[in-house]
Design a protein. Structure first.
Length: 290
């Protein structure tokens, strides 16, 4: 059997906090105990929020925590052609369509609908896209594309689910309600998700499944806030013919009010704690890995 492959995949859009430290150290610990490999991936596909100083801080903070990873780290911004290829395969199968509404227009349309009845929401609580652009004629789509209007590329979820058939994944951790073992995927709960934009040939969902396949990741260990995103990832893996990993979703590190940590929470920032004289061993005890 090949060695298990684990990865930690932060976005350089802020400084690491204790929640990141927990996930990174847990992945590294599991890789070491199993005799596996530990990879670092920089998820920097958003050029408006990702900054070089945050990326440099990720390397610095992880090294200070005592972690080592295979080098070089994979940087998503250097592999856009991989995501474009995967996107084109979905487009060729008729599973993708462009939507041209702005966020404000979508919000207004949903608000009008909610005057009549509650509108469905995804597992994160966001309202589902109404699917308006699915009804555009080929001529209307062509005209809008040629006009240079901004657009998002969405997955036709109903068609994608029919194409893929029933899906599940192996959960070695626990979901928010204790889900474990074989979990039935429910990608339809997310509606017609965005998988790319006019200016970027990918989204988080598409990039992560392509990256995991390219890097041979066999064990995806991440926070419970991403538990139901696994439904979308299993769907994309099936549609693209990519291997599936085993998943282990872990508890979240929360603040005193019980809220999930944010990169804007200085009190839980790794660099702030380091500056205050906290040691890596102290960090381990604080997050329950001692």
């Amino acid at each position: 059997m090949p060695p298990a492959v684990f990865r930690f995949a932060p976005s350089p859009n802020g400084y690491l906090h204790l929640g990141h430290a927990f996930s990174a150290m847990l992945n590294a610990d599991l890789a070491r105990v199993s005799g596996g490999r530990f990879l670092l991936r920089i998820e920097d596909i958003d050029p408006t929020r990702c900054r070089p100083e945050f990326e440099a801080a990720i390397y610095e903070d992880l090294a200070w925590l005592g972690l080592s990873w295979e080098r070089p780290a994979r940087r998503q911004s250097e592999h856009l052609s991989d995501y474009r290829d995967a996107l084109e395969r979905l487009v060729a199968r008729g599973l993708v369509y462009p939507s041209f509404e702005s966020r404000a227009e979508i919000t207004r349309a949903i608000a009008e609908q909610e005057k009549k009845a509650p509108w469905p929401r995804d597992p994160d609580g966001a309202p589902l896209y109404p699917g308006t652009a699915r009804s555009l004629t080929p001529e209307e789509r062509s005209r809008l594309l040629q006009s240079g209007a901004p657009y998002a590329l969405r997955l036709d979820m109903a068609m994608a689910c029919r194409t893929a058939g029933p899906l599940s994944w192996t959960e070695r951790g626990q979901g928010p309600r204790g889900e474990t073992g074989t979990v039935t995927a429910d990608p339809a709960a997310w509606g017609d998700i965005i998988i790319a934009r006019k200016e970027t040939p990918t989204s988080y969902h598409l990039a992560v499944v392509v990256d995991d396949a390219v890097q041979g990741v066999s064990e995806v260990v991440r926070g419970q806030d991403l538990f139901w995103s696994t439904s979308v990832h299993r769907l994309l893996q099936e549609l693209l013919g990519l291997p599936q990993a085993a998943y282990r979703h872990h508890r979240l590190i929360r603040d005193a009010a019980g809220q999930k940590l944010s990169k804007s929470t200085d009190a839980s920032g790794v660099r702030e704690l380091r500056a205050a004289g906290v040691s890596p061993a102290d960090i381990r005890r604080r997050i329950g890995l001692a």
